[in-house]
Design a protein around this ligand. Sequence first.
Ligand code: GFB
Length: 315
Amino acid sequence: MKLSDSIYVAGHTGLVGSAIVRLLQKRGFNNILTKTHEELDLKDQMQVREFFKENSPDFVFLAAAKVGGILANWNNPAEFIYDNLMISTNVIHQSYVVGVKKLLNLGSSCIYPKFAKQPMNESSLLTGLLEPTNEPYAIAKIASIKLCDSYRRQYGADFISAMPTNLYGPNDNFDLETSHVLAALIRKIHEAKKKSAKFVEIWGTGTPRREFLYADDLADALLFLMENFSDAGPINVGVGEDISIQELAELISKIVGFEGKLEFDKSKPDGTPQKLLDVTRLTELGWIAKIAREEGVRLTHEWHLSNQLQNRALD
Ligand code: GFB
């Protein structure tokens, strides 16, 4: 990739897209193309067609998606399947139409079966039933992998699909109803500490295990894949180790300085019992994660605090 190549980052305001833009800017890329949701609705086929015709980017990072935590997925299945199918279909097809040199499509580790053998290898795709809480989202993401693979096989398009594990970092969503667990626990535990609460509520049993990747590490891996990888099928991006939700809550309590108890609300869903990616393929290509979990949680906590202060200043 040349520094002057035009690179469209779809979803640049989100957790992943913003990390990709930060990295591209740091590396000196000077032709980064972004559009806000108001300027370009990626669900709208005509708008996407016009945008690609006018801009004809060299490279595309497809980081735009309707995403959310376990409850958001469960409560909004129609949006999670429709929005994601429309976004992927429009962006991938128009990238082919204008001859994009390379496209990187982003999925999620929830594409793998609920009871896939751990750590989950890329070959476990479509070998079993999905986790019901996020099946619509997972189906849309599987469809987007198959779109890339089909355009690769039929038209020779260089479209690749990266499957990150659970993510966190700056620009994450901290809304308690719709967020993922790590952001939610930073906020809940921080607020519990401020109120000197005796306990904090954690959804589920605390036993599910998740792997967490810092967004800037993911961006680094994605640029690495854009420059060094070209193949069909998903390629996993993770750190190679997981932690239980209870252990995560304990780690965040330590970082935030909360000394109260953890109370588990078992009426809330646990989701998949374990989600740990097999990252052998990526490691063999020469990439490993660099940001340790404790450091990443600290940075995310700091970001949340300064962002909260900024929001208050604007009130
Ligand atoms: O991150 P999370 O919402 O999604 O939840 P998934 C992970 C685990 O944390 C579940 C527990 O076992 C939750 O019950 N948990 C505990 C909490 N307290 C909380 C809380 O306050 N908020 C949240 N959100 N969880 C999502 C999928 O699954 O992961 C998506 O639904 C996507 O499709 C994404 O793949 C990466 O890891 O279970």
